[in-house]
Ligand binder design. Sequence first.
Ligand SMILES: Cc1cc2nc3c(=O)[nH]c(=O)nc-3n(C[C@H](O)[C@H](O)[C@H](O)COP(=O)(O)O)c2cc1C
Length: 345
Amino acid sequence: MTMLSKPLENPAFIALRNRTVMSAMSRSFADAERCATDEMAAYYARRAAGGAGLILTEGTLIHASGDGWVNAPYIAEAKHADAWRKVVDAVHAEGGAIACQLWHMGRISHADFTGDAPVSSTNRAAAGVNRQNNKPYGEPRALEAHEMPTIYGYFADAAERALDAGFDAVELHMGHGYLPDQFMDGQVNDRTDQYGGSVENRCRFALELVEAVTARVPGSKVMARISPSRMMGGLYEWPDLDAMIAHLIPALSQLGLGALDVSCANSPYHETAGRMVRKIRPLFDGVIVAGASLSADEAEAELASGMVDAITWGRAFIANPDLVQKIEQGQELTPFDDAMRSTLV
Ligand SMILES: Cc1cc2nc3c(=O)[nH]c(=O)nc-3n(C[C@H](O)[C@H](O)[C@H](O)COP(=O)(O)O)c2cc1C
């Protein structure tokens, strides 16, 4: 038996039938009400039928104030949860497990979607354009300290709604430059209050968020995705990286967070997330998942290193619904191609 095919049983987190994880990938196929569709249920169920140990849904918006993506699904109201239930049931029918990625885009959202100025840690706009509407990112409004619990409440409500709909777990999207990352990243966060400045202050939003969510749902069903290091036109890392990790990770462990998904988006793994998990592992008691386009051999080696408990794949799962079976049988993988973004097969 390969390490990838070994069940994952760690009391800190939900049990998985193997150590393969499908990464969250926005696909923009929700309906006009931003509800998951039958087509989406079939798409996710095919990945479960193909052997995926855990499926992360595409980024799923917890509230309209965090929206900046065409046809991204929501989990903000009962109708959204009802729609997700058919996805969850279809995945479970194939023996898979599925977690809902909870998403607030902060300043990366857009007033065209939110109806109001986006909110963030800062009132400085992100550079560039929102590729969903090709308009420059608008000037955000820096959240005031007294507003933080409202945002945590959106996440906690969404987590509860997701677990009630049958999801096995939820993943808080705290990476890739979205709202929680806009607090942790010292290049974005220019606050002078208790949510900015020092390492402790920059971690405060993320830690209070996890505390609020784990007060409402079991920590063993909560994951968080972080991306302290990735390539974005050169190597991009949180300023004070080691001090941030030394403060954040033991505190997340202490709060009983079940799993960390250490992401580098689509950067070369060994230079980014692979380095991060080596710093994080000694400080975290829960499950660690990480990856990015690793070969089967690289995935086995990474599991054997003991630095991660399961391996994530993104684009390979789009191109190969039966990815896990193909890996187990040593079959060649279909390469991902950009045209695959526009269909949901
Ligand atoms: C089409 C597409 C959509 C994505 N959407 C999300 C998302 O909603 N949430 C997220 O955390 N990452 C998202 N990602 C990043 C992936 O989860 C993953 O980290 C990245 O693709 C690197 O893994 P890979 O090299 O195995 O594809 C997306 C990637 C792709 C290709």
